[in-house]
Write a protein that binds this ligand. Structure first.
Ligand SMILES: Nc1nc2c(c(=O)[nH]1)N[C@H]1C(S)=C(S)[C@@H](COP(=O)(O)OP(=O)(O)OC[C@H]3O[C@@H](n4cnc5c(=O)[nH]c(N)nc54)[C@H](O)[C@@H]3O)O[C@H]1N2
Ligand SMILES: Nc1nc2c(c(=O)[nH]1)N[C@H]1C(S)=C(S)[C@@H](COP(=O)(O)OP(=O)(O)OC[C@H]3O[C@@H](n4cnc5c(=O)[nH]c(N)nc54)[C@H](O)[C@@H]3O)O[C@H]1N2
Ligand SMILES: [Mo]
Length: 651
């Protein structure tokens, strides 16, 4: 090997990546099994014709829309309208399904609406911050700045995570629980609060119901039993219980460590129970907050790009809601929930969904058990993918449409995790040949007989005329800064936090109480056995983004590629060294990756990302067990076996 070979290889790697990550600038259509360049006219007419053919032959429910959580509110509004008014089905969803759908379902169950309850300012004004199943320093670095400011103002930080993450390193206490034991831990904390007389009687009496049944269900979870099941020392559980309950104001924030489980919604409800028990909701500085994932996944759901809600979180099963939208859209809204993304994939497999329009999603690399996803998508009669790159998903399409990148090449709005709607403005022209997401969608609607001509602002104004909780947020107002929903009129603002009503003395003004939910502990589906003895959890690193489509083409000084992170004790038992490539197998399949040692893990626990699927396809081994309420997969708990590639021969 000559001295400059490694450098040459790195340069070749970079060149290969840059070529692979060249933006899409020309539509593609499939002929004789191969994607070839086409004119916009040809590609659009093929795309529209395929939708028409399939819905005529099989009815509107044969169509599914995957909408884009990276694109604007205005695109998401029009994508759901396209699905409901042009095609006539409620089958519209987005990556929220893989992510925070359990948070939305849990919050809606407890409080009637699915948004986080506080503002970022309140994170700075609070006394205790609990980050539960969240690696905010790496995955929510902007939010984490508010956490740091809160700490500078005196807040105490607790982190609940199986790994000692970089977030945990900032905390006063880190509770390293076993994967999938969040419900027992929440129960153990609750029981301690109840027995220490620290529950908030006023709030429980005014704002909640079902407390007695909940307290009874918590009773078996003594500190000793909770320690045994969760692996967290009893003293730490007791301390968190006392600090959280005694605080004047506390914020409980969670992310995917809670939601990406086969019982994700139950996990969310177990945290909501803690907020209800202590009255840490409905007041300034006290709240229950999922930190949302993609830049506009909150907005996508708010805009109705979900199968059960119209824009503004209005329930499709409410006849008055359907009537209002039916009149406005000139087409009756189906009186049933559509299929969510997980269900759509099932129906594609069964053959009763035959066509999909995927705008800015890469399910081939993001869905659990992705070999299965490829098989399913290949079953479609007609697949249209609208993206900024030629993804693995786009490579399966019949028509590929090159789009502009919402965050810098279009005008519109995004909504962040504190429900704040903010303007985004076009700063760059899209590459020649790419077209704006909304312009493409309007063209598609026109080809299917609907004379759509929307500027982003017109789409927004139509949306807020139909969604009372957004009615007061005009673009003119947004010139002066972001506005949180709910905002009912153009000359008022609501408090920055939700559900103050639950504290009202007058029962009339209080409205529906928030219920405690009794929950059962059900361990991860993928069982640990002698054959698959290690627990694999998957997640993120600061330097990369999701399936790597948007980050993989650029160098980062911190990036080291995919690794299998192991505790040194496990590595020693397996006889593997740092950097050594190993085979990682689950009940779904096998992949190969180099080992990295991380003493922040517990023995028995391994970690990988899903940022480099072109090199190491982690979702080939994750399990597709899903939460029956929210449809989210258990990305956070697979059972694996690790083997050396070149076992040392026995002597
Ligand atoms: N840099 C970067 N930032 C991102 C993204 C990215 O790819 N890169 N993606 C964005 C998206 S789409 C999302 S949804 C968010 C996700 O943001 P996060 O949810 O913070 O990210 P993850 O790393 O997936 O998971 C968080 C933590 O859950 C822990 N965990 C695993 N199992 C359990 C368990 O059983 N219980 C508990 N309590 N914790 C557990 C993991 O150890 C991990 O540290 O990040 C967003 N921000
Ligand atoms: N193993 C494992 N798998 C996971 C997870 C995990 O923790 N572990 N997390 C899950 C989670 S939380 C999520 S959110 C999903 C993410 O799953 P996906 O959303 O499928 O994955 P991304 O890589 O974020 O893909 C985003 C796509 O949008 C395109 N895009 C970006 N901007 C625009 C735009 O303005 N317009 C258009 N038309 N396209 C655009 C990008 O090019 C890219 O192809 O992955 C899930 N998969
Ligand atoms: Mo996400």
């Amino acid at each position: 090997m000559t001295a400059n070979q490694p450098g040459q290889r790195a340069r070749q790697d970079r060149k290969r990546r840059r070529e692979h990550y060249t933006r899409l600038t020309q539509p593609l259509v499939r002929d004789a099994g191969v994607l070839r360049p086409a004119s916009w006219e040809e590609a659009m007419s093929r795309a529209a014709e395929g939708f028409r053919r399939n819905t005529e032959q099989h009815g509107p429910n044969a169509f599914g829309m995957f909408s884009c959580a990276r694109s604007t509110n205005e695109l998401n509004y029009l994508a759901q309208k396209f699905t409901r008014a042009v095609i006539g089905t409620n089958n519209v969803d987005s990556c929220n399904r893989t992510c925070h759908a359990p948070s939305v379902a849990g919050l809606a169950h407890a409080f009637g609406s699915g948004g986080g309850t506080s503002s970022y300012q309140e994170i700075e004004d609070t006394d205790v911050i609990v980050l539960w199943g969240s690696n905010a320093r790496e995955a929510h670095p902007i939010f984490f700045q508010h956490v740091l400011r809160g700490m500078r103002n005196g807040a105490r930080l607790f982190v609940v995570d199986p790994r000692r993450t970089s977030t945990a390193q900032f905390a006063e206490r880190h509770l390293p629980l076993n994967v999938g034991t969040d419900i027992p831990l929440a129960y153990g904390i609750a029981r301690e609060i109840i027995h220490a007389g620290l529950a908030n009687r006023t709030f429980i009496e005014r704002g909640t119901e079902n407390h007695a049944a909940y307290a009874a269900a918590a009773e078996p979870w003594t500190l000793a039993r909770t320690e045994e099941v969760t692996g967290v020392p009893a003293e730490l559980i007791r301390e968190l219980a006392h600090v959280y309950a005694r605080a004047d104001r506390a914020q409980l924030c969670w992310t995917l460590g809670i939601t990406e489980h086969h019982n994700g919604t139950d996990n969310v409800l177990s945290l909501i129970n803690l907020g209800l028990l202590t009255g840490h909701v409905g007041r300034h500085g006290a709240g229950l907050n999922p930190l949302r994932g993609q830049n506009n996944v909150q907005g996508g759901g708010d805009m109705g790009a979900i199968p059960n809600r119209m824009p503004g979180f209005q329930d499709i099963l409410d006849p008055a809601v359907r009537e209002k939208f039916g009149l406005a859209y000139g087409r009756a809204i189906q009186p049933r929930y559509g299929w969510n993304l997980t269900q759509m994939l099932d129906h594609i497999e069964r053959g009763d969904m035959t066509t999909c329009y995927i705008i800015g999603e890469n399910p081939v690399q993001s869905e659990a058990d992705c070999q299965h996803t490829v098989k399913r998508l290949s079953n479609l009669d007609h697949l249209v993918v609208q993206d900024i790159f030629l993804t693995k998903t786009a490579q399966l399409a019949d028509v590929v449409l090159p789009a502009s990148a919402a965050w810098c090449e279009t005008d519109g709005t995004f909504t962040n995790s504190e429900r704040r709607v903010q303007r985004v403005r076009k700063a760059l022209n899209p590459p020649p040949g790419a077209r704006d997401d909304i312009a493409i969608l309007c063209d598609m609607a026109r080809r299917l007989g609907h004379d759509w001509r929307y500027t982003p602002e017109q789409a927004w104004d139509e949306m807020r005329s139909l969604a009372p909780n957004h009615a007061g947020i005009s673009w003119a107002r947004l010139e002066h800064g972001g506005i949180q929903w709910p905002c009912f009129s153009e000359d008022t603002l609501e408090p920055s936090y939700l559900h103050a009503r639950l504290w009202e003395e007058d029962p009339e003004r209080r409205g529906r109480p928030a219920p405690f939910t009794v929950l059962e502990h059900r361990p991860p589906v993928d069982e640990l056995t002698d054959e698959f003895p290690l627990r694999l959890t998957t997640g993120r690193r600061l330097d990369s983004y999701n399936t790597g489509v948007q980050s993989g083409g650029f160098d980062s000084p911190r990036r080291r590629g995919e690794t299998l992170d192991l505790h040194p004790v496990d590595a020693e038992a397996l006889g593997v060294a740092e950097g050594e490539e190993v085979r990682i197998s689950s009940r779904r399949g096998s992949i190969v990756a180099p080992v990295r040692l991380d003493s922040g893990l517990s023995p028995g626990l391994a970690f990988m990302t899903f940022h480099f699927p072109d090199e190491v396809d982690v979702n080939a081994i994750t399990i597709e067990a899903t939460c029956p309420i929210a449809g989210t997969a258990e990305y956070k708990a697979s059972a694996i076996r690790v083997e050396r590639l070149d076992p040392v021969p026995a002597v």
